[in-house]
Design a binder for this molecule. Structure first.
Ligand SMILES: [Zn+2]
Length: 112
């Protein structure tokens, strides 16, 4: 589950930063085999993301019960930390899928 995605064509393992870039792009070309793929998050992200959220809510409630006067800054900081954790773990919940084989070379030749 906690593994970085690999190219669906040649199995090249993608690094953290490359995975992040791939998620942003709609279409990706493998730097190794030059074939196209698409980055997709899989449903496990819901489990992975809900854990920091649950902790965040629990800590917020705990802080609220401890506070004598309402202070929003600690609550905000805890929530921000949870969002940051979710953001950081997203590449580990990503899988690369092959793009539909549309023969772009033929299309390009027809245009010329
Ligand atoms: Zn590849």
């Amino acid at each position: 589950m906690f593994r970085l995605p690999v190219c669906p064509h040649c199995g090249t393992v993608y690094r953290y930063q490359d995975t992040r870039k791939a998620i942003r792009n709609k279409e990706n070309t493998c730097y190794h085999c030059q074939k196209k793929f698409r980055a997709r998050m899989f449903p496990f992200i819901l489990i992975g993301a809900s854990l920091p959220l649950v902790i965040c809510i629990a800590v917020n409630i705990f802080l609220l019960t401890r506070m004598k006067s309402l202070q929003l800054l600690p609550l905000f900081a805890v929530t921000l930390a949870a969002i940051l954790i979710i953001y950081l773990i997203v590449p580990f919940f990503t899988k690369f899928r092959k793009l539909q084989q549309t023969d772009q070379k033929q299309e390009n030749n027809q245009e010329k």
